[in-house]
Design a protein around this ligand. Structure first.
Ligand code: SAM
Ligand code: SF4
Ligand code: SF4
Length: 340
């Protein structure tokens, strides 16, 4: 058993460094590319309270991941993580774990005006806030709930004022919002936040993904470069998912997450824990490993460590390197279950 803080390595020699924890599968938005309203309607069987891992259970697992498997970073996600009651108390527990270097959260931003200060005080360092458009008409359609752009901007401002480091995520889908790449780049350059463009991905089976709808990294960079010339820059660390570019002659930057056109599986060091305690070793996994049953039985921490090590040792995922027309239709876990 690996009892040090050294990472463990999978079948392709990739360490485990980054744990993403989804705390709920519910959301107050219905983004068309993630939780289309016609499928995630009033009768959709969302997880019941007793099915969710409790904060104590999440804390116990996180401690093992950090102390025995080499995890250094934790990201909280959802669904919309701020829909889960008293999230700051979970952040506080995670922040007390020795060895955690960074706690981040991905959010749609709508509830940040209410919670940003409390989250920062609890030990949250960074937030990635999702915003796909600067036009209410376009954004309201994308989020499926008519939420205004200003609602998210208020969340962004509240996070920055609370002292959280802020990045913005924009999913780009051809014909949906590719015309807003340059306006978004200009807006967030002026505002002083790093904007990251995300290629539309074939996560889950409900978002009608089609390769033709993917607006590629190359196209995104070309669009911006024509107006504001860019140059590539080195990654901050091995395994960084976004390719970084700097505006020429300046210090500000953007990033592109190109899971479809330029896969980064060879450095993928992430594991994902769903709200009901399933561990997924790939965003595009068809099945996960149940940790809720073992954690609710009498398993000791050593036995749990061994179980987790065995899952990671056997991990041979490289979905994005092997993506094909047929793999896109294979049964896969939904984004709202594992949180991106
Ligand atoms: N609700 C939060 C939010 O929207 O930021 C957290 C969960 S959401 C599933 C995490 C990230 O995944 C968001 O930035 C979202 O835009 C992105 N996302 C969801 N579905 C996607 C898809 N099909 N392709 C690319 N990114 C996607
Ligand atoms: Fe909700 Fe985030 Fe999915 Fe949009 S992307 S539906 S905000 S979980
Ligand atoms: Fe990691 Fe799977 Fe994405 Fe490849 S496809 S980068 S293995 S999550």
């Amino acid at each position: 058993m690996n009892s040090s803080k050294n990472p463990i390595y999978d079948y392709f020699n990739r360490p485990l460094r980054d744990l993403r924890i989804s705390v709920t599968d519910k959301c107050n938005f219905r983004c068309t590319y993630c939780m289309p309203a016609e499928i995630f309607g009033p009768d959709y069987p969302f997880l019941k309270r007793k099915e969710l891992l409790s904060y104590e259970e999440i804390e116990r697992l996180a401690k093992i991941f950090v102390s025995s498997l080499g995890v250094q970073k934790i990201r909280i996600t959802g669904g919309e993580p701020l829909m889960r009651k008293d999230l700051p108390s979970l952040i506080r527990k995670l922040n007390e774990i020795e060895g955690v270097e960074d706690i981040a959260m991905t959010t749609n931003g709508s509830l940040l005006p209410k919670y940003a200060k409390e989250l920062r005080a609890a030990g949250l360092n960074r937030v990635s806030i999702s915003l796909d458009s600067l036009q209410d008409e376009v954004f309201g359609k994308i989020n499926g709930r008519g939420v205004t752009v200003q609602t998210v901007i208020d969340g962004i401002d509240a996070a920055a004022e609370a002292g959280l480091k802020v990045k913005i995520n924009m999913v780009v889908k051809r014909g949906m919002n590719d015309h807003e790449i340059v306006p978004m780049a200009k807006f967030f350059r002026e505002k002083g936040h790093i904007l990251r463009f995300i290629e539309f991905m074939d996560v889950g089976n409900t978002n009608k993904w089609n390769l033709k709808d993917v607006y590629s990294k190359k196209e995104i960079i070309e669009d911006i470069h024509k107006i504001m010339p860019l140059e590539p820059i080195e990654p901050n660390y091995t395994g960084e998912v976004a390719t970084r570019y700097r505006y020429q002659g300046a210090n500000d930057e953007i990033g592109v997450i190109s899971s479809v056109s330029d896969a980064f599986c060879s450095t993928c060091n992430r594991a994902r824990l769903s709200a009901n305690g399933m561990l997924y070793t790939c965003l595009f996994a068809s099945k996960g490993h149940d940790l809720r049953e073992p954690i609710r039985s009498d398993l000791s921490n050593d036995e749990l460590t061994e179980l987790l090590e065995n899952i990671w040792f056997k991990r041979d995922d490289k979905y994005s390197l092997e993506r094909s027309e047929t793999s896109a239709t294979r049964k896969k876990i939904e984004m709202s279950h594992i949180g991106g």
